[in-house]
Structure formats: C-alpha cells, structure tokens
Ligand binder design. Structure first.
Ligand code: SF4
Length: 383
C-alpha cells in the first residue's frame, strides 16, 4: 500500500507534450507530433496509471482531471475516455470537472463528435489573441475570426463551461487593440478567462529573434501594467469574478482543478515533464520522452521525488495561496502549517501593509490591488 498517497479523490493531471507546430515564444517541454509517437505515449500514460494503481493497491479516484500540454487535444477521444474510465469516470459527471486544452483550429464538427462522448466537461481554448498580427507574431496557426465560430460550435456540442486563454504584453498590440480583443471575447460569453503576460525565456526562439533585431521587442513594464489594469477593469465591469491574479470567472465557474494547485492540495501528475504533489513529496517526471519511457518501463514512479520540510511547505503554500485574491485563511494555515506566522514574518507583513501591498481581511491575508502586477516580488518578501 502506498503510504505516501493521500486520501482520494484527488486532482489528476495528464501531460501531452506533442504539438503540431512549435510556437516561437514557448519554453515548455514539447515535441513535434507524429501519429506513432502519440499512440506509444498514450500507452505509457496508461502504464503509469497502472503503476499508481499497483502502488496504492486500488484504483485512483479523481476529484478533477486536467489534460494539458503541449497539445492534449491530439489525444484521440477514445483514449481520453479510457484514461478517465480508469479513474472511475464512465461518462460526464457534474461532480468531476474534466478539462481539455484545445487549439481553436482543432474545434471541428468531427473532433467534437468524438469529444462529446467523453467525460470532458470543461474546455480551455488557447485563443491568446483575436488580433491576426499578434497571432502571427506568436506563431499561432488560427485566425482571430475563427474563435467566435469555435466557441459557438462548442456550445452546439453541449460544452457549457468554456475557458479562454488571452495574452497581453504582445508587441504590435496597443491599448486600443487589447480593448478590442476583450470586447470581442466578452461578446461570445466564455465562462472563464485567463490572461497571461507574454514573457520569454532566454532559450526561446522569439527571444533570440528579438536579440538579433529580427522581431519587435516586448513592451516595457509600465505599458504591461497599464494593459493588466485595463483587463482587470474591463472584466470586473463585465461581471467576472477576479479570483486569481491571472484568472476571471463567472460565478461558480472558477477552475476547480487549478484551485488544488493554489490551495496546495495534493495532485497526481502523469506524463513527461509533469509535476505532482503528494505531501510531503514533490516530484517531476523526466523532461525527455526517452527518459520518461525508460522510467515507466522500469516500473518507477516519482523519480527525483523531493521531500519538502515544514519551512519549504509554508513557503510554497504562501507563494501559491497569495495568488488567490481572497488570499490565505490564517486559521486554516495555522492548522496545516503550525508556526507559519513567526515574529519575523509578522514584521515583514506589517512592513508590506504600511506600503499598501498586503492586507488582513477578517483573518485572511491577501494582496492589495496595487500588488497584483508585482505579486512575485511582494510575495517574495514574505519567504
Ligand atoms: S505554446 Fe502551446 S501549442 Fe505552442 S508550442 Fe507551446 S505548448 Fe505547443
């Protein structure tokens, strides 16, 4: 019996690293798709799930399931159903949120015919922008005009929980362009909107292009802050609940799966480069398909698992929990991580309070609106 396995149901993440084309801004672990490699990888995911079953001596029961990537919509529908079935889900369930990330170009009648028969009940659509110039800059394959049709088609096939990813801080887009993106997005009424700042790792293709002067540079921080404030204002005015630094939802449509990450609840992660948290163990599968395959063939789980001590757990829980706008509940935190509010940390909180960056609200510690754009450095002060 796996002593390190928490009581389920648990959040389960499947990573699919394949992509049809490799976007120049992306630094995730991803590889070009081929039919054979994808099928072999699906079999490895099944095998990894079987290893978990053997490890804990019974079937894993899922609270939420998330298919992310890469491009997880390259998994065939029957494989998605099979993986969900192994986690106890025979069909769609109102109690288990099952999310699939999809590229807008993949939203076709034939794809949705297959998908509508699976347990997937939440779609995360990688829109990024509705502006064709910006999409070209990002190397995305869809056009802005395809997005509204894709969402309508998803509705026709019964998907009533649709999230869209948008990006800001994209060169070639000014405030007016961003405002237009937001208005067009609001017109199709997604249940959930995630807005991420375009950032580039130094190993990305786009970073090298900008360095060479072949692509326009990213806007400065002040411009990005203004864009972020415009997003917050526009989406809050439209009635969306701003519940996490980058996430907005219609009431009741907050991402249950991602809340597990922010609340540092246990989650199981399967697939190459996927990271899981089974307290006190944090693990990451190899960032390489061959190494991942060898790991699974050896029957190994959680390679390089790291045991987080009490202090590391508190720091991670603060980093994740303060991303939520309601913040962290001091009493719950004390029960989970006794002794987190040391004298030194109290002094740091008071200093940030005086700067207007953090506040106490009925026993909850949370960031102020002013701190949201610079959240990493504000939270960093508390660690
Ligand atoms: S951004 Fe998404 S679709 Fe593009 S290469 Fe990265 S993982 Fe693949």
């Amino acid at each position: 019996m796996g002593q390190d396995f928490p009581v389920d149901p648990i959040a389960v993440y499947f990573h699919n690293p394949f992509c049809l084309s490799l976007c120049p801004y992306c630094s995730f672990y991803r590889v070009p798709w081929t039919r054979d490699a994808q099928k072999e990888y699906y079999e490895l995911l099944l095998k990894e799930l079987e290893l978990w079953e053997k490890h804990i001596g019974r079937r894993v029961e899922a609270r939420t399931i998330y298919f992310g990537g890469g491009t997880p919509s390259l998994l065939e529908s029957r494989w998605i159903s099979d993986l969900c079935q192994r986690l106890g889900l025979e069909g769609k369930s109102p109690d288990v949120e099952v999310t699939l990330e999809i590229n807008p170009i993949q939203v076709t009648e034939s794809f949705l015919q297959g998908l509508s028969g699976t347990p997937v009940n939440r779609i995360s659509l990688g829109v990024q922008s509705l502006n064709d110039e910006a999409l070209g800059y990002l190397g995305r394959r869809h056009k802005g005009s395809q997005v509204a049709g894709a969402i309508r088609l998803l509705r026709d096939y019964g998907f009533d929980n649709v999230s869209v990813d948008l990006m800001y801080g994209i060169p070639l887009m000014d405030m007016a362009d961003l405002q237009r993106d937001l208005e067009e997005m609001l017109a199709v009424e997604p249940e959930h909107i995630s807005c991420y700042l375009l950032t580039l790792d130094e190993d990305s293709t786009l970073y090298a292009e900008i360095e060479r002067g072949d692509s326009p540079p990213l806007p400065d921080s002040e411009e990005c802050r203004k864009q972020y404030e415009l997003i917050i204002q526009t989406l809050r005015d439209a009635g969306y609940h701003h519940y996490e630094i980058s996430n907005f939802a219609r009431s009741g449509y907050e991402s249950k799966h991602n809340l597990s990450y922010w609340q540092m609840l246990p989650y199981l992660a399967l697939g190459a480069s996927a990271s899981g948290w089974l307290p006190p163990l944090f693990y990451t599968n190899p960032n390489d398909l061959t190494e991942y395959k060898e790991q699974i063939q050896r029957g190994e789980l959680m390679p390089d698992a790291e045991e987080l001590d009490g202090a590391a757990q508190i720091e991670t829980a603060l980093m994740m929990g303060l991303r939520l706008l309601k913040g962290i509940d001091s009493q719950v935190f004390e029960r989970r991580f006794g002794g987190w509010l040391t004298e030194e940390r109290q002094a740091k909180i008071q200093a940030l309070q005086r700067m207007g960056m953090i506040k106490w609200q009925e026993g909850w510690l949370c960031l102020s609106d002013e701190a949201l754009f610079v959240s990493n450095s504000v939270i960093g002060e508390l660690l």
